[in-house]
Design a protein around this ligand. Structure first.
Ligand code: 4AD
Ligand code: MG
Length: 413
């Protein structure tokens, strides 16, 4: 076995090494009387994080972590580790841990979160593959702006300014007209000056886009999708959720259908609960937290006022002040994990919205073409990977869900 030392203890005659190899932890025992003196003496050189190679007999031992123990016959030191290893079994401040993120990843809690994230990513692929969706990878360097949040930009040769993609959606819509049901899955960027527990400047988003799908079909897909992701982690990541001390009984509730709350009813509910919100305002994090208190699984808030949402959302025929959209809010205070909508498929209405928002028309010619050549009812949504992982893991802050998170004030390591 090769790996890194995590814990050491010795009685002088018998020494225990707990090591980590990336697949799990293992306890190994070194008995002074059973090995040559030069092997026994190597134990004294070990420190936390020394990388080692051991050879020995494996035996069942219910008391050992992992249920087995190795009786060491040979021990080699592969890489020493000075005793000043920064992360010690004591309380460290978050800034210190973030500065040492490259080492912090080795701790059990961080490993567990990364494994849950990996499970969610694989489950996403499986969910859409099984349903016949085609994955389409969309560009990161773009000319068209998708959302209202802040933009990262860079000069792009003679073509002017390029923006880092805030969404793959607009390209996804073009692909849906070719392939019917597609999804994009990639990094997205928002230069948001938000120092909150749910904002990153770089995050991963899954964005399905479906032809001949209306807003109701869209919400049905979302509740199936979110429930699938949660179920998958409950089934396959029990140990990790236990390491994270996650109350999984709360996750067991996550099965379709999710409640659907009209925006206007949400405002009434919020006002009743003491919020200052007025009809027309977007919901803030605190408003979302107040709403989800009422539910033990995710809930949809639908049909927001036009001015609170993006230009591409379809006007609601039943109330043209609003658009056919939904936010899916996660329980336990987590709030928005999905933003979705039916898309405006009327050429003239879309053109008017682009003008109203002051967006550069020459960058949207191709997007308008989708409404000229065989326009079609279609809908889609974007699920934020890190917010979803944070909720499933029960981590208070989104930063732990990314191996190397990018925040407003953090570009290193
Ligand atoms: O609601 P948003 O802005 O929707 C879109 O980008 C649409 N184009 C999606 C679509 O219809 N195809 O973002 C979608 C989700 C949010 O619900 C949230 O989970 C996540 O992306 N998100 C963020 N996650 C982390 N940090 C940020 N700064 C985020 N901004 C959005
Ligand atoms: Mg949103």
């Amino acid at each position: 076995m090769r790996g890194w030392v995590t814990h050491l203890r010795s009685s002088g005659k018998v020494a225990f090494i707990v090591m980590r190899d990336g697949t799990g932890t293992l306890q190994a025992v070194l008995v002074k009387s059973a090995v040559p003196p030069e092997i026994w003496s190597r134990f004294a050189e070990l420190t936390q994080e020394t990388s080692i190679s051991i050879t020995g007999d494996v035996r069942m031992d219910a008391r050992a972590p992992g249920g087995v123990e190795v009786g060491i016959s040979n021990l080699d030191i592969l890489g020493s580790s000075p005793i000043d290893y920064p992360i010690q079994p004591k309380e460290h401040g978050v800034d210190f841990l973030m500065d040492h993120r490259h080492l912090w990843l080795r701790s059990p809690r961080q490993q567990a979160i990364l494994r849950v994230r990996h499970e969610v990513e694989q489950a996403i692929q499986d969910f859409f593959y099984e349903r016949g969706f085609i994955r389409v990878d969309t560009p990161i360097l773009t000319a068209a702006i998708g959302e209202r949040s802040g933009l990262f930009s860079t000069e792009y040769f003679d073509e002017g300014t390029a923006y880092l993609a805030q969404t793959g959606q607009l390209y996804g819509e073009a692909a849906a007209a070719a392939l019917g049901r597609i999804y994009t899955f990639g990094p997205t960027f928002r230069a948001e000056k938000s120092k909150t527990r749910r904002h990153l400047t770089e995050f991963w988003m899954i964005e399905p886009e479906v032809a001949f799908f209306d807003s109701n079909d869209n919400m049905r897909l979302q509740e199936d999708f979110v429930s699938f992701l949660v179920r998958r982690c409950l089934d396959r990541r029990k140990n990790e959720l236990a390491e994270l001390e996650r109350d999984t009984s709360k996750l067991e509730n996550v099965v379709p259908p999710f409640a659907r709350l009209d925006y206007s009813d949400a405002v009434t509910l919020l006002q009743r609960k003491g919020s200052e919100i007025k009809w027309g305002d977007d919901l803030g994090a605190e408003d979302e937290a107040l709403i989800v208190e009422e539910y033990d699984k995710p809930v949809f808030v639908m049909n927001y006022p036009k001015e609170a949402k993006a230009f591409y959302m379809k006007e609601n025929p039943a109330d043209p002040r609003t658009v056919l959209c939904d936010d899916c809010l996660a329980p336990e205070g987590y709030g928005e994990i999905i933003g979705g909508s039916q898309r405006e498929d009327d050429y003239d209405k879309l053109l008017a919205r682009i003008k109203e928002e002051g967006l550069p028309l020459d960058a949207y010619g191709w997007y308008l073409d989708l409404r000229r050549y065989g326009t079609f009812e279609h809908s889609g949504f974007g699920l934020g990977l890190e917010r979803t992982v944070a909720w499933i893991c029960g981590t208070p802050h989104i930063r732990e869900t990314s191996a190397f998170p990018r925040l407003m004030n953090r570009l290193k390591p």
